[in-house]
Design a protein around this ligand. Structure first.
Ligand SMILES: [Zn+2]
Length: 202
């Protein structure tokens, strides 16, 4: 039996808090955004307190400040924290899919899957910026990547490996025809393919 999200009917993928509340990917993402915001607020408070102390005491500030955090980029209505592309590149590409890919990258980073996160980011950016891929090919690739990245954030035992594998196979065929994405693709498709190769005999 699948555990449902505490907030909606979607299957739960994560447990949060001391009570192990089950959450789906979307709600987990919202939850982690709130946590991130709280951390950022605390950093600003500490910076402010340090500045205030130095002003009152007349002494130079002691120790390093927290650096400002990068702002998310809004591209065609999608809020992107990871994928860096400009509006003109995105054009008519399905922004919902780009948003899903971007959210998944955040989750992968937080769960320590930095290789997968880096790979999905690099591939998305290369695909969106490619001059050799057609609009239709880009759309198919980004939509496939959104499905693949969702599978990547699913716990290993629940991943639909065969679905991901066949999408990855098709994606690498399409990008094989585009010269300006060759380097990125040769580096990262194999990493993704390996992630969905079910361990046997374990
Ligand atoms: Zn939910």
């Amino acid at each position: 039996m699948t555990v449902k999200c505490y907030q909606c009917p979607a299957p739960a993928m994560y447990q949060v808090g001391e009570q192990n509340i089950p959450l789906c990917l979307d709600h987990y993402f919202k939850f982690s955004q709130i946590l991130q915001q709280q951390i950022e607020d605390n950093e600003r408070m500490i910076n402010f307190a340090a500045d205030q102390m130095s002003e009152i005491s007349g002494l130079p500030p002691i120790g390093p400040r927290f650096p400002p955090r990068p702002r998310p980029v809004i591209v065609s209505g999608a809020k992107l924290n990871n994928i860096s592309v400009n509006n003109s590149v995105v054009g008519t590409i399905n922004t919902g899919s780009i948003g899903t890919v971007d959210q998944s990258i955040s989750v992968l980073k937080q769960s320590g899957e930095s290789q997968l996160a880096e790979g999905i980011k690099a591939l998305s950016e290369a695909i969106l910026q490619s001059g050799d891929l057609t609009k239709n090919q880009k759309n198919e690739l980004i939509e496939s990547l959104s499905v693949i990245s969702r599978e990547a954030v699913t716990p290993k035992e629940a991943r639909q490996n065969t679905v991901a594998q066949s999408l990855l196979e098709r994606c690498s065929k399409i990008t094989g025809l585009a010269n300006d994405v060759t380097d990125v693709c040769q580096k990262w498709w194999p990493v993704l393919i390996a992630a969905f190769t079910a361990a046997t005999g374990g």
